[in-house]
Design a protein around this ligand. Structure first.
Ligand code: ZN
Length: 475
């Protein structure tokens, strides 16, 4: 931390100033999948104290302190805590504040950190402080606060930008309010976008988000945007009609019809050269483009959804999506979903860095925690190895945040955020869902504790008051 700025303090509070468990924890005889890329290490003992890994080695060579709480890891697999790098936790009346639902769902699923990509800054700051102080159970967080959108933003938790002056001012204001980074949305005008990009660079704050409708993906990458979400602008940039699509109207059908492999190759090479991170939110993309084709009426996770999501936010989303987005025939949309998987693999092979993100809970049936595991499965389906998929939620977020000294792998000296699994995730990444225990800042939650957490969420979701009647489809 160069200066003791408000932003520096808040980011630090996400990592260092946590109230860690003072008790010593030892996980013995476990297979460690450290996420560095090496094969599992068998029969390892990991000792945790004051929230960090203090010892790690072959079980017969590691001394376990007499007062340590011991967890037998025989036959189990230990991975780093997972990060969901695209979430919205508190989002105006779309996702009203609900600390009894969202934060524990993350922890119960082994998600020990999140990048909040747009939300109610003051509430999120309070949550973060409460979590760090050990008064609220939840993941570590880095926070964008309000998203920079057009003069009439589409979503709540947004800052309207009409021109270059607005772009600079909003970035200045957010920096002063202590956000960790700047989030860009689709409707911001070109001049506002480039001014915000320039101001962010001047202030030394990262900016990420959508490629705005009026900006080319290549321009965003060259402007220094650090991550691109949902492949926004990417497929437009793979066509010969990009200029026309920038002016609008756009559409998935046009992207599919005009896809040009030569242009795709050039854009992929640019993303690799600039190391522009991609967070494709494949699970959200699939849900959006195939919303009329996926039957979620029997989704067992529905019990964790508060009534406001089920009765207000999700129906509103579905009607919006059907009206404005899913206007192409289903086979075209199915083809596009596959093209997104193919793009993931092509970019990955070209050296473009990737992270796992879900857009939870601002998606239809995209559940905090659970959906991150689905995202990992989709990365595997795209053609990444299980290790590479695992790294999108562990090592890669640590690299992205410049925190590899603290997190991202299971190694001595790192923060003790860990997930204990019943099966080997390198055989099938779906095995990250077989969670036996979670360590968060050195505190161990066994399976019964995680189940109690989930029952608490279920109870809180059911107890939520019925939301006031809202206008349909009018975000
Ligand atoms: Zn989002």
């Amino acid at each position: 931390m160069r200066r003791l700025s408000a932003a520096g303090l808040s980011l630090a509070s996400c990592f260092a100033a946590w109230t860690a468990s003072a008790a010593t924890l030892a996980i013995t005889h476990v297979n460690v999948v450290d996420a560095t890329g090496t094969p599992p290490q068998a029969d390892v003992t990991v000792v945790v104290k004051d929230g960090r890994i203090v010892e790690l080695g072959k079980s017969d060579a590691v001394h376990v302190p007499a007062d340590a709480k011991t967890v037998d890891g025989s036959g189990k697999y230990l991975i780093p805590g997972l990060w969901d790098m695209h979430v919205h936790e508190v989002f105006g009346d779309w996702l009203p504040r609900d600390e009894k639902v969202v934060p524990p769902l993350f922890v119960a699923n082994g998600i020990t950190g999140v990048r909040d990509m747009g939300g109610d800054l003051e509430v999120l700051k309070v949550w973060r402080a409460e979590i760090a102080a050990g008064r609220l159970l939840g993941p570590r967080m880095i926070i964008a606060g309000p998203m920079l959108d057009g003069p009439v933003p589409r979503f709540p938790s947004s800052a309207p930008v009409s021109n270059a002056a607005d772009g600079r001012k909003v970035v200045d204001d957010l920096k002063a309010q202590g956000v960790d980074f700047i989030k860009i949305q689709s409707l911001i005008p070109r001049d506002g976008y480039f001014a915000a990009a320039d101001e962010s660079k001047k202030l030394g704050i990262v900016f990420v988000g959508h490629v705005p409708d009026a900006v080319r993906a290549s321009e965003a990458s060259n402007a220094g945007q650090k991550s691109i979400e949902h492949f926004t602008g990417i497929f437009e940039g793979c066509t010969a009609i990009e200029d026309q699509l920038i002016k609008g109207p756009k559409g998935l059908g046009l992207n599919v019809k005009n896809y040009d492999p030569v242009r795709a190759k050039a854009l992929i090479a640019l993303m690799a050269k600039n190391q522009t991170w991609q967070v494709p939110t494949l699970v959200w993309e699939r849900g959006q483009w195939l919303v009329d084709d996926i039957d979620l009426s029997h989704d067992p996770l529905i019990k964790y959804a508060p009534r406001s999501w089920k009765e207000h936010t999700w129906p509103m989303f579905v009607s919006d999506i059907k009206k404005d987005m899913d206007t192409d025939p289903l086979p075209v949309r199915k083809k596009f979903v596959q093209m997104e998987l193919d793009m993931t693999l092509a970019m990955f092979r070209a050296g473009v860095p990737f992270m796992a993100g879900t857009d939870t809970a601002a998606g239809v049936h995209i559940f905090p925690g659970f959906s991150l595991h689905q995202e990992l499965v989709l990365f595997q389906q795209a053609g990444l190895t299980p290790m590479q998929a695992l790294q999108t939620a562990t090592l890669n977020p640590a690299k992205f945040m410049g925190r590899t000294e603290d997190m991202g792998t299971v190694e001595k000296g790192k923060l003790a955020d860990l997930v204990l699994l019943d099966a080997n995730p390198l055989e099938n990444i779906a095995n990250t869902q077989k969670i036996r225990g979670v360590v968060l800042a050195g505190r161990y939650f066994d399976r019964p504790a995680l189940d109690r957490m989930l029952r608490g969420v279920e109870k809180a979701a059911a107890a939520e008051p019925v939301p006031a009647a809202k206008q349909e489809g009018a975000p």
